[in-house]
Write a protein that binds this ligand. Structure first.
Ligand SMILES: [Zn+2]
Length: 223
């Protein structure tokens, strides 16, 4: 008989995701953000109390509420589809037909297996088929999908799929290079290692196009 606790422990410790979609329930948004904050506040209180912390101490009195607000409004705010960045696009009037790369996009996410931070950089590229997006749109899309309990592979794919939809082209790519604090600060405690994931759509599957993208992100931009 498989011990399900051990099985799920193993799965998470090895950062295996079971689905390309975030495992979110259908009733996820039946209750308001305010109600979620109230409920999570009690849960955090309970965790701290169980750990033996004295919640009447002024320093940690406000922690449960602070953590609950941070979960709902900030670090997991991207679970809510209503927070998705608007998809306004523009016609590529100047007929720029080359690759556009937005590199070194700061990425803050959270590992869904340990609820510890993932910190890194995302590099996103597309080749316009007549439609373009504002540059900051790419940063906003990265941020939206990052603000969930995540798995880096899934996050990389979600960014590409969303931009493919918005830009109406397959020719989108994303590379993420990130540190997982669950690996760097605990477990194996390897502070130097980082995880690289990549998703190449359409023309980016061609060796030459892929190479061009990789060369651009190596540019050491200084101002
Ligand atoms: Zn983890």
């Amino acid at each position: 008989m498989i011990d399900t606790n051990d099985f799920h422990d193993d799965l998470g410790e090895n950062h295996i995701a079971t689905s390309a979609k975030n495992p979110v329930r259908d009733d996820a948004f039946d209750i308001s953000d305010e109600r979620k904050i109230e409920l999570i506040k009690k849960d955090v209180e309970n965790i701290l109390h169980t750990l033996g912390m004295d919640l009447s101490d002024d320093s940690i009195k406000g922690t449960p509420n602070r953590v609950a607000k941070m979960f709902v409004k900030e670090i997991f705010g991207g679970l809510n589809p209503s927070k998705k960045p608007g998809s306004s696009t523009f016609v590529n009037n100047y007929k720029y037909g080359e690759m556009l790369v937005e590199k070194n996009i700061t990425l803050y996410s959270t590992c869904e297996h340990h609820l510890l931070p993932i910190i890194g950089r995302a590099h996103v590229a597309y080749i316009s088929n007549g439609t373009v997006v504002g540059l900051s749109k790419m940063n906003r899309i990265v941020d939206y999908f990052a603000k969930r309990p995540q798995v880096q592979e899934r996050l990389t794919m979600q960014i590409v799929q969303e931009l493919q939809k918005v830009l109406n082209t397959e020719d989108v790519a994303c590379i993420i290079d990130a540190k997982h604090l669950c690996v760097n600060s605990r477990g194996i405690r390897d502070i130097e290692s980082s995880t690289v994931t990549a998703e190449f759509g359409g023309k980016f599957k061609n060796e030459e196009t892929k190479r061009e993208f990789l060369d651009y992100i190596k540019f050491d931009t200084k101002f």
